[in-house]
Design a protein around this ligand. Structure first.
Ligand SMILES: Cc1cc2nc3c(=O)[nH]c(=O)nc-3n(C[C@H](O)[C@H](O)[C@H](O)COP(=O)(O)OP(=O)(O)OC[C@H]3O[C@@H](n4cnc5c(N)ncnc54)[C@H](O)[C@@H]3O)c2cc1C
Length: 381
C-alpha cells in the first residue's frame, strides 16, 4: 500500500502552505491529494485581498506573520504575486460599527499595525470616487492590499515540490479507514494511502469530507460573487480596497478595470456556483450608490465561488479530537487566502512540536465548538 507520514487533502493556498512548511521542517514524506487541480478551488475565486485590520488578536497576528511572506514573496519563492499595497479603507455608516472599529483599531495599533481613524474629509482624499455625506468615518491601513491568489498558491506548491512533496491532482480522498479511534489510511479511487497524519485542507468542502470520517465539522459553503469592469479610467488605479462595511460592498482596482462584490445576507448555504443576475444587479446598484462614477462602467465578467463559513467566522485549525491522526485547517470564513502562509507555518509547528510558537492558534482548536468557547471575528467582509 502507498504510504505517507503526512497526507494533506486539498491543494488550495492552505494545503500548499501546510505541505511546504511540513517539508521545510523535514517532517518525513508529505503527499498532497487534490480532487481537481492545484489552486483552482476557492482560492482561485478570491479577490486576493490581504489585510491587517481584524478585530481579534489571533487574526491580527496571523496577518502580521503572513505579511512577512506577502511582502517578500519574490525573494522567498521566486514568484511575482502582483502585490499592490494601496491599503484597505473601511467606510462606516452605523454608530455601533464606529465603536467596534475604534476598539479594534486600538488593538491593531498596540500590535504594531499602522492603521488609523479617518474622517470623511480624509476618506474623500484617499478615495475620491465615494460619496461621504452619510459616513461617520472609517479606518485605513496603508500596508493592506491585494495580490494574485493563483500565483501565490503555485509559488507554495512549487517550493513544496522542490522540497520533495508529491502532489496527486485529480485524485480525491473518498473515504477514511479508521480503526480503534485512529486514522489508518485515506481511500482514493486509485487505492488507499496509509498515513501517520492526514490534514483536511478542503476549503468549502470540509463539512462534506468530514462526514466521510463520521464527523460533523461546522463549516458551510456560501456563494459569493465577484465582478470585474471593462477598462475604467475615471477612478485612479491608486485608490485603496474600499469596503462599505454596513452592506459588505467592496471594490478595488484590478488590471485596467475594477473588481467589486457584495455578500447576499439572505443566501442559504449550498454549492450553486452560477452567477445570480438579480444579485449582480443589486451589487451594481450598491456600487453606484456609493460611487456614482461607476454608472459609466461596463461589466466585463462575473463569477461565483464559496466562502467556507463557521459559526464564529473563524477557522478550525488543529487536531480533531474524535479521530487520532486527523487534523484540519479549514473554515476561514472568507479570509483564508490572506492567512494561508501563517496557517501553514503554525499548523506545521502544532503537528510537529505540539504547539504553535509563531502565533498561538489554540483559540482556533476545532473542539471549541463543543466546549462552547467561540471566538467571534467582527471584521468579516
Ligand atoms: C468571491 C470570493 C472572494 C474572496 N476574497 C478573499 C480575499 O480577498 N481575501 C482572502 O483572504 N480570502 C478571500 N476569499 C476566501 C478564500 O478564497 C478562502 O478562504 C481560501 O481560498 C481558502 O483556501 P483553502 O485552501 O482552504 O480552500 P480551497 O482553495 O478551496 O482549497 C481546497 C481544495 O481542496 C480540494 N478538495 C476538496 N475536497 C477534496 C477531496 N475530497 N479530496 C481531495 N481534494 C479535495 C478542492 O478541490 C480545493 O482545491 C474569497 C472567497 C470568494 C469565494
Amino acid at each position: 500500500m502507498e504510504s505517507a507520514d503526512f497526507l494533506v487533502i486539498g491543494a488550495g493556498i492552505v494545503g500548499c502552505s501546510v505541505a511546504y512548511h511540513l517539508a521545510k521542517r523535514r517532517a518525513g514524506t508529505v503527499v498532497v491529494l487534490e480532487q481537481g487541480e492545484i489552486g483552482r478551488g476557492a482560492t482561485a475565486d478570491a479577490a486576493g485581498g490581504i489585510r491587517l485590520q481584524f478585530s481579534t488578536e489571533v487574526n491580527i497576528r496571523l496577518s502580521l506573520l503572513s505579511f512577512e511572506y506577502w511582502e517578500n514573496f519574490d525573494r522567498l519563492f521566486g514568484v511575482d504575486i502582483g502585490l499592490h499595497q494601496h491599503g484597505y479603507l473601511f467606510l462606516l455608516t452605523r454608530p455601533d460599527d464606529v465603536e467596534a472599529f475604534r476598539s479594534s483599531l486600538a488593538l491593531q495599533q498596540s500590535l504594531g499595525v499602522p492603521a488609523r481613524w479617518v474622517d470623511p474629509d480624509e476618506i474623500a482624499a484617499l478615495q475620491p470616487a465615494v460619496r461621504t455625506d452619510d459616513l461617520l468615518g472609517g479606518t485605513f491601513c496603508p500596508r493592506d492590499g491585494w495580490c494574485d491568489p493563483y500565483s501565490a498558491t503555485m509559488g507554495f506548491a512549487a517550493a513544496a515540490r522542490r522540497l520533495g512533496v508529491t502532489f496527486h491532482e485529480h485524485r480525491p480522498a473518498v473515504g477514511f479507514e479508521i480503526a480503534g479511534g485512529r486514522l489508518r489510511a485515506v481511500r482514493t479511487p486509485d487505492g488507499p494511502i496509509a498515513c501517520g497524519t492526514a490534514i483536511l485542507c478542503t476549503g468549502p468542502y470540509t463539512g462534506e469530507v468530514g462526514k466521510r470520517a463520521g464527523l460533523d465539522l461546522p463549516i458551510l459553503p456560501y456563494r459569493r460573487m465577484s465582478f470585474v469592469t471593462d477598462r475604467f479610467d475615471l477612478v485612479p488605479k491608486t485608490v485603496p480596497m474600499t469596503i462599505e462595511f454596513e452592506t459588505s460592498l467592496y471594490f478595488h482596482p484590478e488590471g485596467d478595470g475594477f473588481l467589486f462584490g457584495m455578500a447576499n445576507p439572505d443566501e442559504p448555504p449550498g454549492f450553486d456556483k452560477t452567477v445570480d443576475a438579480e444579485w449582480m444587479q443589486r451589487t451594481v446598484e450598491a456600487l453606484c450608490r456609493r460611487a456614482p462614477v461607476f454608472e459609466q462602467a461596463r461589466i466585463r465578467r462575473g463569477w461565483a465561488g464559496f466562502y467556507e463559513i463557521t459559526p464564529d467566522d473563524n477557522p478550525l485549525i488543529g487536531w480533531i479530537e474524535d479521530v487520532e491522526g486527523l487534523a484540519v485547517a479549514a473554515g476561514f470564513s472568507g479570509h483564508g487566502f490572506m492567512h494561508g502562509p501563517a496557517v501553514g507555518r503554525c499548523l506545521a509547528e502544532l503537528l510537529l512540536d505540539g504547539e504553535s510558537r509563531s502565533v498561538d492558534i489554540s483559540a482556533f482548536a476545532p473542539s471549541r465548538f463543543r466546549r462552547g468557547q467561540l471566538i467571534q471575528e467582527r471584521n468579516v467582509i
